[in-house]
Unconditional design. Structure first.
Length: 337
């Protein structure tokens, strides 16, 4: 088709098309003569993609240009090149040279490669995930974080649903580019919002099924059989009324090096009589906080602590100077292996 027909079918003014070509958003047409060129259905698809990226995804023309130029100039992996060129929302920076970043990246690679994922060490998404994990570890050094495997399992299922066995992006590159870019930009916020809805639904379901009108006496489910778990329970029983101890502190007193996650797991299935509410997450050297994710359990822990005289400030923090437990004569167990 001629450029005038392309303009009419795309409902885009001719000067705009020329601008797209000049800025590298739209490939030039096939030259057929002096000042003449032919355009194809792929040009129509590309214009539609540009408009969707601008109007639906909210990208600037400059950002769209970077992504499309990257795709057009890539010798291989044009979808990955386009996605890598998209500017992600700015957040607190984590240097890729930092120990925290290296540790998070190593942890992710072990998990993903162990599940058979084909992950290149220099992939932009891996770096994004490592930065995010490093920030989580920094913000919640003693908070019980869920194992990463369930997240990997969930997105594996999702990827199989979104990308069929017949996926062949090189057969229809413009359609594949549209799916990759818009699918990433539009569906990722949707998925995060859906996760929040699922959390709210689960909280309401647990509240409705609780025998005590939504105020469960303790967090749920864990293994109480191991020697380590019993040692953790021994330490928790020693925490006096009106005092708190962090997950990391309990682990050290139980002789478990870097065992705060094991303490968190033990707390989720502890005996009814155990004062589980006295175990909290460490924010920093001066403050601790309730680290339970489920709203009804967190509320129950706050109620129990306040009943024992432990005060939380307006931000929900507990002063370790005032309420932190410093055991004078609790013997430390031998190092658990």
């Amino acid at each position: 088709m001629r450029v005038s027909e392309l303009s009419a079918r795309a409902a885009v003014p001719l000067p705009t098309i020329k601008f797209y070509i000049r800025e590298g958003l739209l490939p030039p047409g096939r030259v057929t003569g002096r000042n003449q060129a032919e355009y194809s259905e792929q040009h129509l698809e590309r214009i539609s993609l540009i408009r969707s990226l601008r109007d639906d995804a909210g990208l600037t023309i400059a950002a769209i240009a970077r992504a499309l130029r990257a795709a057009d100039s890539a010798k291989h992996g044009f979808l990955e090149a386009a996605l890598a060129a998209i500017e992600r929302p700015a957040g607190p920076s984590v240097s890729e040279r930092s120990r925290e970043f290296a540790a998070a990246k190593s942890e992710l690679l072990r998990l993903l490669q162990g599940r058979g994922w084909r992950v290149a060490g220099d992939e932009y998404a891996l770096a994004d995930a490592a930065r995010a994990l490093a920030l989580v570890r920094h913000a919640f050094p003693d908070e019980p974080l869920a194992e990463l495997a369930p997240y990997a399992e969930a997105v594996e299922v999702l990827s199989k649903s979104e990308i069929p066995e017949s996926w062949a992006p090189s057969d229809a590159p413009e359609a594949a580019l549209r799916y990759a870019l818009l699918g990433t930009l539009l569906f990722e916020p949707f998925l995060l919002a859906l996760r929040r809805l699922a959390h709210a639904t689960r909280a309401r379901t647990l509240e409705a099924s609780s025998p005590r009108r939504g105020a469960p006496s303790k967090p749920r489910a864990a293994d109480a059989s191991s020697a380590r778990t019993q040692e953790i329970y021994r330490v928790v029983r020693s925490i006096p009324r009106g005092k708190v101890a962090t997950y990391g502190q309990v682990a050290e007193l139980a002789g478990i090096h870097a065992g705060h996650r094991l303490v968190a797991k033990a707390m989720r299935g502890c005996p009814e009589q155990l004062p589980w509410q006295r175990v909290v997450g460490k924010k920093d050297a001066r403050r601790a906080r309730i680290a339970i994710e489920e709203p009804e359990h967190a509320e129950r822990q706050q109620e129990l602590l306040q009943a024992e005289g432990v005060r939380l400030d307006e931000s929900g923090y507990v002063s370790l100077r005032e309420f932190g437990w410093l055991p004078p004569d609790l013997p430390r167990a031998g190092r658990a292996r």
